[in-house]
Design a protein around this ligand. Structure first.
Ligand code: TXA
Ligand code: MG
Length: 371
């Protein structure tokens, strides 16, 4: 279906003290049922009034998003969660006190005010209180809860900079609120808190270890859950889609430690170059430095690499995560046919980074598989 052509207006807002005057028009657009993309600490969101079915329908249209993938409802403060849910469970209370506002989304039983288009017909709703001041100020000013998926076209990497939103949605949305690049760079941790034990549906910056420390409970990891029953509905519908995908093929350079992962980058790059393909690299600084060593440059000639993106210290999962989605887009734009991306240690935020990298490489997480 052709979309109405709009002019997308971008407003750049001070992330430390967002100017109310600049947010007034986007907030009014949200209140009256329009779409506004905005920065959060995780990734940019594409927001609409969560209590308006017509407004939420516009999100699905602008993104090209399948209707069976539910949305996260964003509010400006933790007090505003209660009206959206049937009950704040004792587990949810612990998680709220420990982590909100911040990069954690809670799945709880929904209250009747949440339209079923938001939850894709589920009896639960995902709620989040972003810590980013621009997101908080915009939502507070709009005065409505804001349903917001990541502000990418469906199937593209999540946007971590305002320019990524324009690459995907320019002319499809009236407003983009630019609060700068996102700090975390990966989407929020999604935790089902309806029961007594936390179930991680999507790993993120709030890690399993953080949740264990805050609740004293071992979280169940459902993020790599693959059902043996082909008729079973996936626990989190979004998990069945291939997300975060650049156009290029992504090869994950993995191994038991940083040295092995660096070696994997070089051997995968050598193999792809030998096959005549245009290769791009995403790796830690030390790994990329070794490209100038003569032995290495004999098999991985630097002139044959279309672009190398350096995330900084090789053991720094925080920097790797913050840079990942931007790197995938830049390597695509540089014309890479194959992206060789270095993995990181699975501890802490490394689990979320590895999860997104595997998805970019085409793993269909939570995919319902036949016998
Ligand atoms: O960091 C984030 O969470 C970003 C920013 C904008 O806040 N938003 C985001 O939204 O990543 P989205 O729509 O791209 O991802 C939402 C995820 C999907 O995997 C979806 O299936 C899951 O949350 N989800 C939403 N509602 C759910 C529910 N009721 N039960 C289980 N999973 C749910
Ligand atoms: Mg998304």
């Amino acid at each position: 279906m052709p979309h109405d052509v709009l002019e997308t207006l971008t407003v750049s807002v001070d992330r430390r003290s967002p100017e109310a005057a600049l947010l007034a028009a986007p907030a009014e657009t949200l209140r009256s049922g329009g779409l506004v993309a905005f920065s959060t600490e995780t990734v940019y969101g594409l927001g609409a009034d969560a209590l308006s079915e017509a407004a939420v329908a516009r999100i699905f249209e602008a993104k090209g998003r399948p209707a069976d993938n539910p949305l996260i409802v964003h509010v400006a403060s933790v007090e505003e969660i209660a009206p959206l849910v049937e009950e704040i469970t004792p587990l949810a209370r612990l998680l709220i006190d420990a982590f909100l506002p911040g990069p954690l989304t809670l799945v709880l039983r929904r209250s009747s005010i949440v339209p079923s288009i938001v939850t894709a017909g589920l009896d639960t709703v995902a709620v989040r209180v972003p810590s980013h001041r621009v997101a908080q100020a915009l939502i507070r000013m709009a005065g409505v809860p804001v349903a917001a998926p990541s502000a990418n076209r469906s199937g593209r990497p999540s946007p971590t900079r305002a320019e990524h939103v324009l690459q995907d949605l320019d002319g499809r949305i009236p407003w983009l609120v630019d609060g700068g690049p996102c700090d975390v760079g990966l989407e929020s941790t999604v935790v089902d808190a309806t029961g007594e034990v936390p179930v991680i549906l999507r790993p993120g910056a709030v890690t399993a270890e953080h949740i264990r420390m805050a609740t004293g409970l071992d979280p169940v990891d459902a993020s790599s859950f693959v059902s043996a029953d082909p008729t079973a509905a996936p626990r989190s519908p979004g998990l069945k889609y291939r997300h975060y995908a650049p156009r290029a093929r992504v090869l994950v350079a993995d191994g038991p430690d940083d040295d092995a992962r660096a070696d994997a980058v070089l051997s995968l790059a050598a193999q792809e170059i030998a096959a005549g393909r245009r290769v791009g690299l995403f790796a830690g600084h030390d790994t990329l430095l070794s490209l100038s060593c003569p032995l290495v440059s004999a098999v991985v000639p630097r002139g044959r690499i279309v672009l190398s993106v350096d995330w900084g210290r090789t053991d720094d999962a925080l920097s790797a995560s913050a840079a990942l989605f931007d790197a995938l887009r830049r390597l695509d734009d540089a014309g890479a046919e194959v992206i060789v991306a270095q993995s990181v240690d699975p501890a802490g935020l490394g689990a979320a980074y590895r999860n997104r990298l595997e998805k970019a490489a085409g793993g269909l997480e939570g995919e319902v598989q036949g016998p």
